[in-house]
Design a protein around this ligand. Sequence first.
Ligand code: OAD
Length: 236
Amino acid sequence: MNRPRSIVILTGAGISAESGIDTFRAGANGGPSLWEQHRVEDVATPEAFARDPDLVLRFYDMRRAAIQTKEPNAAHRALARLEREWAGPVTVVTQNVDDLHERGGSHAVIHMHGEHLSAWCTACDVRTRWTGALIDRPACPACGARALRPDIVWFGEIPYRMDAIQTLLADADLFVSIGTSGAVYPAAGFVRLARELGAQTLELNLERSQGSAWFDQTRLGPASEIVTAWVDELLG
Ligand code: OAD
């Protein structure tokens, strides 16, 4: 590969797997994971929230509590090191709603699917950092309304900061995808877009993703090992 300057890294659940956070899909042939007999995808929709808000709030309260007990792993820390030491811009676009990239030391992080540690007031549209539960309908600190929902992009909603992401992809010399199955759009389409716009493309994953054929190069293995090795290689 030619030596790149600007690097855009798309991450998915696989980068947090070794920190003890479950991925969404069980594997190449596995179906979606289940929570109390519900498909996770069925809990993560605006329709589910309208139908049974307690169920959805309980699910996210549990996940919000769980991520706060987890720690970043070597892959998160390697990306932070790359951002610190690389001469050009390094941006992480993550589908993950945990905060392990930030706690691992990365600063340039875009959470395209939202964040567990944020609550969104549907009355006043203000977002507030949130570490506790939402099930008891706490008041919004900004307007007082009891209309907070998880600040998560649900299926059928538009991911955050798509304009900024498209600009980054257009400027990228190297696009790297880490720990994502390539099953969920628009993120799954970033590799094709980046390629068409001139970037080299690299996939780092436990197994080949659905869009594997679009990558110039694929390296397989656990993120803690292959991401660290790739960053070491790049930084010489
Ligand atoms: P998936 O669960 O679909 O895919 C995780 C990928 O990580 C799979 O390809 C695994 O092989 C790989 N993997 C697992 N363990 C790994 C490890 N230790 N090292 C490297 N790779 C590993 O998760 P995502 O692709 O992130 O959306 O899912 C995309 C979106 O679908 C999520 O953001 C979420 C979900 O429904 C929303 O919530 C909107």
